[in-house]
Design a protein around this ligand. Structure first.
Ligand SMILES: CC(C)(COP(=O)(O)OP(=O)(O)OC[C@H]1O[C@@H](n2cnc3c(N)ncnc32)[C@H](O)[C@@H]1OP(=O)(O)O)[C@@H](O)C(=O)NCCC(=O)NCCS
Length: 180
């Protein structure tokens, strides 16, 4: 039987990943109200146009429509909700792609949690979905997100204009992933 992304018991060294629930809306508000955290989001995905609840319901729709979506990250040592990461269906230049995404509550930045979660989902994605590559779309000025991608071996493969501005396509091929 194929592994089901939604119901699988995802975990890495310091994190547990599980589907989002409406109880995550309250802690996620700390992210949505931080100007630093949403600096590279388009206005239509920020308050007051888009609330923490809208964001979480959007992922729930992705679980249903795509069998993928951002999952909640919880810290093993405290049990706290610390952000989101996971695999997403994307279309870039007319082609289907699998993206790894990550967003942390600002309190948890600079602990290596984003790279740990992204590395976990790269591994899960390559093993279970066998894509030829996995990408991350990152605003050209989002330096900390680019460092996460680079730390996991992704490199730039062109630029696109997204609705929040110019973004790099960071990519790692299955071949390069398997080599490392
Ligand atoms: C992007 C984002 C997740 C990156 O968070 P981050 O804390 O910088 O990334 P990590 O959790 O991987 O932590 C890595 C940093 O912690 C440091 N660190 C500390 N302890 C560490 C450890 N045990 N292991 C690894 N790194 C550690 C690293 O040196 C690194 O610092 P550096 O970037 O200055 O080199 C965060 O800035 C964020 O949520 N931004 C808003 C949303 C967003 O932009 N998402 C991405 C959209 S493309």
């Amino acid at each position: 039987m194929p592994i089901n992304y939604y119901s699988y018991s995802h975990e890495s060294t310091r994190l547990i990943m599980r589907p989002l629930v409406l109880g995550d809306v309250k802690p996620w508000e700390d992210f949505m109200k931080s100007n630093d955290a949403t600096a590279f989001f388009p206005p239509k995905l920020k308050p007051p146009h888009f609330t923490a609840k809208d964001w979480i319901e959007r992922q729930m729709q992705r679980y249903e429509n795509d069998q993928l979506g951002l999952l909640a990250l919880t810290e093993k040592k405290s049990g706290h909700f610390i952000g989101m990461s996971g695999l997403l269906k994307q279309e870039v230049n007319g082609k289907p792609e699998i993206e790894v995404g990550y967003h942390l509550l600002p309190t948890y930045w600079k602990n290596g949690y984003a790279r740990e979660a992204a590395l976990y989902f790269l591994k899960f994605g390559f093993i279970t979905m066998l894509p030829s590559s996995i990408i991350s779309l990152i605003h050209i000025e989002n330096a900390s997100s680019q460092r996460v991608a680079q730390a996991n071996g992704l490199t730039t493969d062109g630029k696109i204009i997204q609705n929040h501005g110019p973004s790099y396509i960071y990519r790692i091929s299955n071949t390069d992933w398997t080599k490392n």
